[in-house]
Structures are given as C-alpha cells and as structure tokens.
Design a protein around this ligand. Structure first.
Ligand code: PGA
Length: 252
C-alpha cells in the first residue's frame, strides 16, 4: 500500500439481511469504484456473505475485509473463523477490536492475539481504538494511550507498520455525532506522538491511521482534509453504494 493514498473501509456490521442485498451492494460499489480511482477501498460484509461478495468484487479494485477473526488457528473452537480460512477465501483486511466487539467482552489481550495471528496469515489488521466518552480533564487520552501500549507490547517496529489503526470514538459511532475535524487532528497528533514514545518518529509516521464514527458524504471532505488521518472506517453510510462512493471521492 502506498502511504499517500487513503484507505476507505466499509464496515457492514450485521447488514444486510439477505445474500441478494449483499451482492447488489457489493456490485454497486465495485461498479462505481473505477480501477484508476484512488483511494484504496474495501468492504467488510458479514461472514456468510464473504464468498459471494468476493465474486462480485473480484474483477474490481475493491478489496475484501472481514469484521473479526479468531484468536485460534484451527481445531475445536465452535463458532470461530480463522485467519487462514479468511485469507484462503480472498480476504485482505480484518477489522479487529471494534468497540461493538469490545462491548461484548473482547479484551486488549484478545485483540493483540488476533492481530498477531492476522499478521502471521498475511492479513492486514485494522485495529480499532477509541474512548467511550470525552471528559473535561482529557482523561480519554489515557484510554487511547493504554490501547496503543497494549499493541506495542506485542508488536515490534516492523510489525506495527503493517497494521492500520482506526480511531473510532465510541460516542461518535452510529450516533450522527461526528468528532470535529479539529478533534480528529488533535487525536492524530496524539497517536503519532504516543507511537513516537513507544517506537520512534520514523516508525510512528508510517502507521496508517483511519477515522471512524458517523462519517457521511457531507462531512467526509472536511474530516479528511483537516483531520490529518489517512482514510475512514465507515459504518452506516457504507450500506448505500452511492453514499459510500461519495465518501471515497471526498478523499481525493
Ligand atoms: P458509523 O460506524 O459510521 O455508523 O458511525 C462506524 C464504525 O462503527 O466503524
């Protein structure tokens, strides 16, 4: 991936309800995202739709992402899906540690295990971090630092450059309350300086950062231009091909 080209990932979550709707959405995105278009674009459908979505996007430059991955490689783990299996059906990216999964009990330890197994299987982990709420004393920066420290415990400077970090303030997810471009810029600088402390400046500058949380066609341009991050993780607005593509176009 070229560092100067943004990455836009559509996280479909538990949508849509049918395979038909999923393939229509995937085809719509693939048709509208021309081969010559920057940025990099990926969609993350629910597990049962992955292979059919893959068929719809395989001739385009839209890549396949998944919403989760197991910490385990193989064996007696009912309900789990492994990194090798995902890689085998054409997945390129895997979203790890989304706040909706952390809310179900996923811990930093599980997140780091998933990151390691994803890297081992040549998937690009998109690791979500973010605070529940903002407080006047700015303690929320501590939450972000803790999440970054957990990653730095297991990833050396070579490995951290292979992951994508998605900053998603939980209060902005699915709420229509977007962080302001200034909030995003402030967080970009904070993440970069924390990574500089944990690694070094060159390494910190090479970790791709995404913003996520109520990104819509109308706010994408400003968030991209002033926020200083290099792409978006998009939830709700990725369920309409036109809106999702409008967001991708706002970053070029
Ligand atoms: P949203 O979701 O765009 O609907 O706020 C973002 C996300 O959860 O990745």
């Amino acid at each position: 991936m070229k560092a100067n080209i943004p990455l836009i990932v559509g996280n479909w979550k538990l949508n849509p309800a049918t395979l038909k709707d999923a393939t229509v959405l995937a085809s719509g995105v693939a048709r509208r995202h021309k081969k010559t278009d920057a940025p990099y674009v990926a969609v993350a459908p629910p597990f049962p739709f992955l292979t059919e979505v893959e068929k719809k996007i395989s001739k385009s430059t839209v890549a396949l992402a998944t919403q989760d991955v197991s910490t385990e490689p193989l064996g007696a783990f009912t309900g789990e899906v492994s990194a090798a299996q995902l890689r085998n059906i054409g997945a390129v990216y895997v979203i790890i540690g989304h706040s909706e999964r952390r809310a179900l009990g996923e811990t930093n330890e599980q997140v780091t295990k998933k990151v390691l197994i994803a890297l081992k299987n040549k998937l690009v982990p998109i690791v979500c971090i973010g605070e529940k709420e903002r407080d006047e004393q700015a303690a929320f920066f501590g939450v972000i630092e803790q999440q970054l420290r957990a990653l730095a415990k297991v990833l050396d400077s070579k490995a951290i450059k292979k992951i994508v970090i998605a900053y998603e303030p939980i209060w902005a997810i699915g709420t229509g309350k977007t962080a302001t471009p200034a909030d995003v810029k402030e967080m970009q600088l904070f993440i970069e300086s924390t990574l500089t402390k944990l690694y070094d400046r060159t390494t910190a500058g090479k970790v791709r950062l995404l913003y996520g949380g109520s990104v819509k066609p109308h706010n994408a341009k400003e968030l991209h231009e002033e926020g200083g991050m290099n792409g978006f993780l998009v939830g709700g607005a990725s369920l309409k091909a036109e809106d999702f593509i409008a967001i991708t176009k706002a970053t070029v």
